[in-house]
Ligand binder design. Structure first.
Ligand SMILES: C[S@@+](CC[C@H](N)C(=O)[O-])C[C@H]1O[C@@H](n2cnc3c(N)ncnc32)[C@H](O)[C@@H]1O
Length: 219
């Protein structure tokens, strides 16, 4: 397994119990943008069989499950999945330990995908492979929704840019005092269009101050 995967998974294993604090920050503008994302997801996956890639603690999984016919949440962190399983509120959700870079091996096909706060952790060199693997598991016209962070100086830890590397990183300290270097690539409206326009239909991109979202259909 590549180095970034084990490092990232170790980080999320350590962060699992405090992860959802990011969704409860006392900033009205941030809360308004999160509410906007929740509204975009409302009925988006109505009666669809969907995959939630890198589902984490199931924060968004729980939001889409009441509408969907079935949700398969996959993640590579046992600890994040354990929080997710304990917080399951719907009978149509299953959580599996699986690698987002190995979706091609997944036996089933889906007709929708939720991919929240994952794209920023994908190394630039693996973007094409990740998106091809994802699309290979989705039937034509499947809906894909992604959300992630816009770069805001001072939020998400110190940004590290290393000479000669196309990926950027954040230095993050957890409550137990451990510090982790986490891959975090930021996108804006323009870079999202450049990445997704050639491999999507009906692309819709939104960029707020804290978050961006995209929605598209698989060609
Ligand atoms: C920022 S969290 C996003 C969680 C959730 N989707 C959300 O929006 O709250 C990133 C997630 O990616 C998971 N992850 C890391 N490497 C992975 C991999 N190779 N395959 C699947 N999930 C992975 C981590 O364990 C973590 O739960």
């Amino acid at each position: 397994m590549a180095e970034h995967i084990t490092e990232l998974t170790a980080y999320y294993n350590a962060r699992a119990s405090e992860y959802e604090e990011i969704y409860h920050r006392q900033d009205p503008e941030q809360q308004a943008e999160l509410a906007r994302i929740a509204k975009q997801l409302d009925k988006l996956f109505l009666r669809l069989d969907i995959i939630d890639v890198a589902c984490g603690t199931g924060y968004w999984t729980n939001m889409v499950a009441p509408d969907a016919s079935h949700v398969t949440g996959i993640d590579l962190s046992e600890e994040m999945l354990s929080v997710a399983r304990n917080g399951t509120r719907n009978h149509n959700v299953e959580y599996r330990l699986a690698d987002a870079y190995d979706l091609g091996r997944w036996p089933a096909k889906f007709d929708g995908a939720l991919v929240n706060f994952w794209l920023s952790h994908v190394p630039k060199s693996k973007l094409t492979d990740f998106l091809s693997g994802l699309h290979s598991k989705l039937s034509r016209n499947s809906i894909v929704f992604m959300a992630d962070n816009v770069y805001v100086p001072g939020l998400g830890g110190e940004l590290l840019e290393e000479e000669g590397r196309e990926d950027t990183f954040n230095l993050r300290t957890l409550r137990n005092g451990t510090t982790h270097k986490v891959i975090k690539n930021y996108y804006d409206r323009h870079s999202l269009k450049v990445l997704f326009e050639p491999r999507s239909k009906d692309l819709d991109v939104w960029e707020g101050r804290f978050y961006w979202t995209i929605k598209y259909a698989v060609p």
